[in-house]
Design a protein around this ligand. Structure first.
Ligand code: 13P
Length: 281
């Protein structure tokens, strides 16, 4: 069932678990994620970056692909289709017009006033879609652009939430996109303060490489949505490389691409169990 994020995040907040946000890159990934989440009766947020949407042909292609899979695979769990790190109001508009049920407007590189203005412009475009905003800056590399970590300020989070009507907030608190160099330094004290002050479901970006205990701790401190991308890419990449090395005569793309299916599904199941979203659909 294609839905926005509202109900699934509020349920997660109430029952202290997190919904997996898993980034998709193509038909096969979307299918594996939907099948595994259905098998585990877990809600899921399909994250699509601007780059991934472009790669797949555009927002309509992605939305229609997801809708087709939900129908033909008889998927009954709640599924949100979410623009991940929409950098402009235009990108959010295109995603909404294409059939996405949720968007993130990432105006975190601008000053707070501009961030709030852009968030409100996106909210004005919605008709039932949920909206996520970011404060501070998540570090690392995404869609080929790199950036430094900047911790969110609690006062800024309060101001943004007071002046907008967002559904969830991603305060950057030390996480990075991609692999970590050393142990991540998440600011749980601030996380708790932001949770209490805003009373909104919080989002943890850069879910790859955060140790399990820290993921569980983040959920205790208000995180209801955890974004994971690189880890599934890594699992798929290693499995497919091994398959190609061991089977140099196979040229059927279906066999090559699906060499990553088993390990990806296993990784997805492990995340669902870690996040506590199993049987929460
Ligand atoms: P990772 O690639 O580090 O898992 O982060 C994903 C993410 O935060 C997408 O928004």
């Amino acid at each position: 069932m294609l839905v926005n994020m509202q109900e699934m995040l509020l349920k997660a907040k109430k029952e202290n678990y997190a919904v997996p946000h898993l980034n998709i890159n193509n038909l096969e990934w979307t299918k594996y994620i939907l099948e595994e989440c259905q098998n585990n009766n877990s809600p899921v947020i399909l994250g699509v970056s601007e780059g991934a949407a472009k790669y797949m042909g555009g927002y309509h292609v992605v939305a229609n692909m997801v809708k087709g899979l939900l129908q033909d695979l008889k998927i009954t769990i709640p599924v949100a289709l979410h623009l991940d790190h929409g950098k402009t109001v235009k990108a959010c508009r295109e995603a909404i017009n294409g059939g996405f049920t949720s968007v993130m407007i990432d105006a975190s590189k601008y000053d707070l006033e501009t961030n709030i203005k852009m968030v409100n412009e996106v909210i004005d475009l919605t008709n039932g879609q949920t909206v996520e905003a970011e404060i501070g800056h998540i570090g690392g590399t995404e869609d080929e652009t790199s950036s430094e970590v900047a911790y969110a300020k609690v006062e800024d989070c309060i101001t943004l939430v007071k002046n907008t009507n967002i559904d969830c907030l991603a305060p950057a608190l030390g996480s990075v996109h991609g692999f970590y160099k050393g142990e991540p330094k998440l600011d749980f004290e601030k996380m708790e303060q932001i949770k209490t002050a805003t009373n909104l479901p919080l989002v943890l970006h850069g879910g790859t490489g955060i140790p399990d205990e820290l993921i569980k701790k983040a959920i205790k401190h208000g995180v209801c949505k955890i974004n994971i991308n690189t880890e599934l890419q890594d699992v798929w990449n290693k499995s497919v490389r091994r398959f190609i090395e061991e089977n140099p005569d196979v040229y059927d793309p279906r066999k090559i691409i699906s060499a990553g299916e088993k390990n990806m599904k296993e990784a997805i199941k492990n995340k669902i169990i870690l996040l506590g979203s199993q049987n929460k659909a």
